[in-house]
Design a protein around this ligand. Sequence first.
Ligand code: CTP
Ligand code: K
Ligand code: MG
Length: 188
Amino acid sequence: VGTVVSVAATFSVVVTAFWVMLPAYIPNNVAVVAGGGRPIDGGATWGGKRVLGDGKTWRGTAAGTIAGVLLAMVLNIVVEPIGAVVGVELPSFPIAAAFGLALGAMVGDIAASFLKRRTGRERGAAFPGLDQLDFVVGGLVLSAVFATDWFFDTFSVAIVLAVLIITPVLHVGTNVLAYRIGLKDEPW
Ligand code: CTP
Ligand code: K
Ligand code: MG
């Protein structure tokens, strides 16, 4: 009985972790297809390196953020039926939480590019660890700032840990897929 209970509890935590981070998972993928145009840093350099690089654009950032917020609004519509199907009481997304998750994912990725440039990595270079977690850390932090009550009602320590474990796995998988079908230039 104890095993059954803990398997069910683990399932609930993992499903909730995945669900609640969906508005932070989508933005970077949308930016890949929607990106282009003027880079955020406007071509500026710092210490001989680009501040962010050509891979961080206004259009990609705006499109990714809007897509994440819209996805959250769609999830709000289907939260009850999907929760019933999986047998887990899933959280819905107040607009401030959705915006924090989506913008935070983009800001986390931008902050990672800033660090990549400071450490001499060219555009597209891998930074293992950072690449897989920059957007979730950004999403968690900004949703905590913009929707503090929602954040602490929604995230337990177990859910945060599950997010930190399942996100790198999903990220590696989706990026290899995006690379294979020709959407991304590198598989990370
Ligand atoms: N993209 C964008 N705006 C963003 C993030 C991404 O336009 N804020 C687009 C860019 O076309 C970018 C592509 O999505 O090249 C892939 O994103 P990413 O892998 O994050 O950027 P890289 O080009 O690899 O650059 P970096 O080394 O700075 O991560
Ligand atoms: K990235
Ligand atoms: Mg890249």
